[in-house]
Design a protein around this ligand. Structure first.
Ligand code: UD1
Ligand code: CA
Length: 437
């Protein structure tokens, strides 16, 4: 617990030039979720944060729209033009008048930061009675980061950006992770005092350290355990690296919870997916978004679960099966070559190879539901045109296109009757090849 109110300021106005993209950097995705989404969720999972401000600038409209649609409790503040990280936080100052709690500043491009780390960071700040705490990390080869500068008594006195650093300062291995916890009442005046007389001509947020030290305030650093948590995204290469790190952590968590993953090098599972013990995930499986998968299931090889799947126990999702926004109850099999989207499958349902739920009308853009109740089965190559309900124990004949609800225990079949034409092949051979065969 902390005794004061906490407000977050998330920096997301920068251009992200090195992404070489028309999309703002913080809207690039990992497992289908924008980087900014990970940061906002980590910040709010601490349970301490009462209000959130996101500083937007480059492509502000797109970022604001994402925030409005997904995190309506968050307020965006425009920073135009973008004149540095200090100027970015300065935009929030008018919204924080008379605030007497802690402001945490987090970058929107560090999707691997966890709520646990932020929580203990805020607690550390309070417990050490600090006015300002900077998160730091120790790197063997700390390129591009600001360096934590200490005096002869080891007291933290400043942060120097690499571009402004002397060779001696560049040799420092403790760096600024870019996260700050600020006792707002004692430090807020610093923002009006920032100057841009530095190598980049920017207003550096990091200069609040010098200001606080000069005022005789209590300035602390909190050393991060796991450096990967502050891995920042600046390029498409970084995005791929972050994906790998996130995936590895996710698989390790699942295995520690009893999930069997045959080949951790070819399986990708989002951190928001939960899976019950003794479920086996076979090679080449990709699971993104938020999903719940039960116990004793068998997933893959080559399965794709996209988002919003709620899967029970003893379920089989086989090869070349895609599942999206669907509920699948216990003991049901979708074993081969199927698309199940916007559907509800009961228990003991058997989905034949190549069954497709046709859930989307490209003209109306409406997505409709397919409901398949307990014990029903579909023959191979069936198309279920939603909205449609297949009731308990009903059976769909192979190759059917189902456009009406099917009553319980009924067979529905739309296949044209088989026609057998004797000696048809023989006649064709005689006609085209000349009767010798
Ligand atoms: C910053 C720190 C550096 C630290 C590093 C950690 C400063 C001056 N330097 O450097 O000490 O080691 O983070 O990753 O703060 N942003 C805005 N508005 C702006 C400028 C930036 O919102 O005007 C946002 C960016 O979108 C980004 C974040 O602030 O999310 C950090 O900015 P960036 O330019 O990446 O700072 P670094 O050079 O990495
Ligand atoms: Ca950065």
């Amino acid at each position: 617990m902390v005794n004061k109110k906490v407000i977050s300021v998330i920096l997301a106005a920068g251009k992200g030039t090195r992404m070489k993209s028309s999309l703002p950097k913080v809207l690039h995705t990992i497992f289908n979720k924008p980087l900014l989404g990970y940061v906002l969720e980590a910040v709010n999972s601490t349970g301490y944060v009462s209000d959130n401000f996101v500083i937007v600038g480059h492509e502000a409209q797109k970022v604001e729209e994402f925030v409005r649609n997904n995190y309506s409790f968050v307020k965006c503040i425009l920073q135009m033009p973008q004149r540095g990280t200090g100027d970015a936080v300065n935009r929030a100052v008018p919204f924080l008048k008379n605030f007497d709690g802690y402001v945490i500043v987090v970058c929107g491009d560090t999707p691997l930061i966890t709520g646990e780390t932020l929580k203990s960071f805020i607690e550390y700040h309070e417990n050490s009675n600090a006015d300002l705490t900077v998160m730091s990390a120790i790197f063997d080869n700390p390129q591009n980061y600001g360096r934590i500068i200490r005096d002869e008594n080891n007291k933290f006195i400043a942060i120097v950006e690499e571009k402004d650093a002397t060779d001696e300062q560049k040799a420092v291995k403790e760096v600024n992770a870019g996260l700050y916890c600020i006792s707002w009442k004692s430090v807020n005046e610093a923002f009006a005092c920032l100057k841009n007389n530095n190598a980049q001509g920017e207003y550096y947020l990091t200069d609040i350290v010098k200001w606080a030290v000069l005022k005789g305030l209590n300035v602390q650093s909190y050393v991060l355990n796991d450096n990967s948590e502050i891995f920042g995204i600046n390029s498409k290469q970084n995005l791929a690296q972050a994906f790998k790190i996130m995936n590895k952590k996710s698989l390790e968590r699942l295995m520690s919870e009893g999930v069997q993953i045959t080949d951790a090098d070819s399986v990708y599972i989002s951190p928001e997916t939960t899976i019950g013990a003794d479920t086996i995930v076979l090679p080449n499986v990709y699971i993104s978004g938020k999903n719940e998968i039960g116990k004793n299931c068998k997933i893959g090889p080559f399965a794709h679960i996209r988002d919003g799947a709620v899967i029970g126990n003893n379920v089989r999702i086989g090869n070349f099966v895609e599942i999206k926004k669907s509920v699948i109850k216990d003991n049901t099999n979708v074993s081969h070559l199927s698309y199940i989207g916007d559907s509800e499958l009961g228990s003991h349902v058997n989905i034949g190879a190549g069954t497709i739920t046709a859930n989307y009308n490209p003209i109306t853009k409406v997505k409709s539901k397919t409901i398949i109740k307990d014990g029903a089965n579909t023959g191979s190559n069936s198309v279920l045109v939603a909205p449609v309900t297949i009731n308990e124990m009903a059976s769909i004949g192979a190759g059917s296109v189902i456009t009406k609800d099917v009553e319980e225990y009924a067979l529905a079949v739309t296949r044209s009757p088989v026609k057998i034409i004797s000696n048809w092949v023989k006649r064709k051979i005689e006609q085209y090849v000349g009767g010798n065969k």
